[in-house]
Design a protein around this ligand. Sequence first.
Ligand SMILES: *Cc1c(COP(=O)(O)O)cnc(C)c1O
Length: 365
Amino acid sequence: MLRDTYLQINLNKLKQNMDVIQNFIGKEVGLGAVLKANAYGHGALEVAEHLYKHGLNNFLVATLSEAVQLRKSNSNYHIMVMGHTPDSYLPHIIKHQITCTIFTLKQALILNELASNSNQSVTIHLKIETGFNRLGMQIKADTVSIIKQISNLTCLNLEGAFTHLALKNSESDQEQAHKFNSLMNQLEEHGINIPVKHIVDSIGMVLHPEMHLSMVRVGALLYGLQSEEKGPLEIKPIMRFLTKLSHQKTIEKGESLSYGLRYVSDKKTNIGTLPFGYSDGYPRNLYQKGEVTINHKRYPIVGVICMDQCMVDLGDDVYTDEEVIVIGDGEHCMSVDDLAKHAMTNKNDIVSRFTSRVPRVYVFN
Ligand SMILES: *Cc1c(COP(=O)(O)O)cnc(C)c1O
């Protein structure tokens, strides 16, 4: 590591979060760990390796490229792409034995043909449209017959079917689940049994236990991302963002700093410079709202946040080599939740923004 700014990822807490989720869903329901976007910034390869070591082998990603990256690290992983894979990339699905999401007969036929040509079979999950209107097969008069055709394709293993909730309110979630479950029942009446059915993500899992079905797809909660005031599960954040001061100086009352000299100090004070900025993924609009913690004391970020650096007002305090907590997991520091609120976005957005320039350091306690 050649930088004082880094993300510390606690793998023990990841394992504890996994245990909490598995206890919540019970033994009959499978846990699919969502590792898209570099495991929400936490490092997909390291997260997968640790979960696998503790008995979990069901990894979900958004794109083929993420799936191939995981595959290259372990040939035993069960990996599924939840998003769309364009036709021209389907050979890679077969080559790397990735479970593919399918929502058109046309793609099913292409994939079956490719698999047949290479004497292989491919596992697929059908994505069903129930109201989100993003990806999925719309439910129409001929849907059962289309799915029947897909299930008859000899080189495709129709293992699963799923949909995704819009989470508008309980009523609309129920409506989506009802559409999905009705279709599954109709398929069963026609002799098509799809073993792995799944609907919910982290929030859906907590809100709707009756929708757990065979599997839940969980990202946020694994990483401990749950609103402090709203969360019923005993999960813990697993990420901390740490750095060290790169410079300190006293400025006089009336002196200004950073771009546009927009911050004017109303007192003689000690200004600390920190070696991180918005290009590391820290939200630039946390200007006037962000705070860091040193020795259990909070200090405000002052002045415009630069690409690689920012400044904090240390008041009368002077430090030597202390750890600076930018995002922490205790009372005295800003959490991912705090950052998300101030940046007017959600927690997943905050953590998945951290760029590759910030080293990830893995710890166990
Ligand atoms: C990202 C994603 C999830 C996981 O969402 P969380 O809220 O992080 O648990 C589940 N399902 C699909 C289809 C997704 O794209």
